[in-house]
Design a protein around this ligand. Sequence first.
Ligand code: 2HA
Ligand code: ZN
Length: 263
Amino acid sequence: MVYNNSISEIISQIAEVAGYLWERGWAERNGGNISYNITDVVDDAITSLKPLGESVVLPQPVKNLCNNYFIVTGTGKRMRYVHSAPMSNMSIIRISEDGTYYDIIAEEYIRPTSELPSHLMIHDYLIGKGRKNKVVVHTHPIELVAMTHNPAFLEKDVLSKILWSMIPETRAFCPKGLGIARYQLPGSVVLADETIKQLDEYDVVMWEKHGAVAIGEDLIEAFDMIDTLSKSAKIYESACSMGFVPKGMTDEQMDELKRVFNL
Ligand code: 2HA
Ligand code: ZN
């Protein structure tokens, strides 16, 4: 199919980020998923598309997403192939007029990610709040996930503080830090609910013993936030493997960054 420039650009961006997720080792097998709200840039070529198969009922209606369009990575599809052949590994879906079901409309009948409930409920929640969110990305960053295996790090903002203190960049570019959603079954509505609870305060949420979710207006920015937090987690791990637990920057040093850079 031929897409307009905006949609082509979005497809290239998803392919680019899918490649990073694979290269980082965060996307074993079919791990991770991406959704991108393209409603603002669809044209007649897209809106006139007919459903390719059966409509799929959503586990929870998404009232703020009626008639919205998304590009979504497919269930069971590998990020490394989303990178090399994007439209053979994801599909375009249209949410129904009443927000209770969706249709797959392009290019092939590829069923969306198993984490679609979380993706759509997050999009729905953020649009309802008037936020300009367009993307949700979920991935399995090794060191960050490892850190969620330590119960002490699951208390509010403990992990954020450690990660901020590892390198000034993280304090500067992830000023909100990250939220924590306690372990829930992958793909479940409760996991989506737990995630949404964190989104008023955070743009990145760690799913305990599972992965990270980032939201944003821009996919590269959402990826960069996980990447930056992950860099801090690696520095922490690296120091521990050298035989010491890093103390990190002091509170004064972090406050100075906050003051000087207006964070
Ligand atoms: O898409 O990562 O959480 C596979 C997953 C489920
Ligand atoms: Zn996952």
